[in-house]
Ligand binder design. Structure first.
Ligand code: CU
Length: 214
């Protein structure tokens, strides 16, 4: 439905559509039944109310059907979640540090900057650490989000970019005065472009020691 810069987009969007579709069908079904009953059992028609004392069949149906529906939502959601947690041995690891109110990305070769550069088609592993309060790294176009927790805990986030381009990164955990401005970009480069960028001594967009790394 939307451009899919990672495979997680399709998974997350289809789970979302599945849940919305079930909810809309139930909403319409219940609303139509309610309106129908308002007319059918209108007092003016002189119906005598009757008490109903239990029905094993009905009770089984209204327990079984919602249970199966909710479990199926959980199943599809969990399948997508597993895909997102898939650690890959040849993943390209990047250290991410969050601080009020900026992001800092550090590569194995010492490159250190405030924009995330990644090669297309390669699994990426982000190791997320906070230098102060809780933050959350959110890439809406990739449908991924991971909390960055205070107190030295390292959280990980995996994705495999599949489309060259530039996408927003936001902080999704309220972290103080300038939280709403804690934006940066993830730039997905072709393999060759990434290799030459990675090897280059300095880059115009590079912020040497962005000033927030310990
Ligand atoms: Cu933040």
């Amino acid at each position: 439905m939307f451009p899919a810069p990672t495979s997680t987009v399709e998974t997350v969007d289809s789970v979302m559509l599945y849940i919305v579709a079930i909810s809309v069908i139930l909403l319409l079904g219940i609303t139509v039944t309610m309106i129908y009953f308002v007319f059918k059992y209108n007092r003016k028609k002189g119906h005598e109310p009757q008490d109903i004392h239990g029905s094993i069949l009905l009770e089984t149906i209204w327990i079984a059907v919602p249970t199966v529906l909710v479990l199926s939502m959980f199943y599809f959601g969990y399948e997508g979640f597993k895909e997102m947690r898939m650690d890959s041995k040849d993943a390209f690891v990047i250290q991410v540090k969050a601080k009020m109110w900026a992001w800092d990305f550090r590569y194995d070769n010492g490159k250190n900057l405030d924009t995330l550069y990644v090669p297309v088609g390669r699994p990426i592993k982000l190791e997320l650490q906070s230098l102060d309060v809780n933050h959350s790294l959110y890439i809406p176009a990739f449908r991924i989000k991971q909390d960055v927790i205070a107190g030295g805990k390292i959280n990980t986030l995996f994705f495999t970019p599949e489309l060259v381009g530039s996408y927003d990164i936001a902080c999704a955990e309220f972290c103080g005065l300038n939280h709403s401005m804690m934006y940066t970009k993830v730039v997905v480069l072709s393999k060759d472009d990434f290799a030459s960028w990675y090897e280059a001594k300095k880059d115009s967009s590079e912020v040497q020691n962005a000033g927030i790394v310990q």
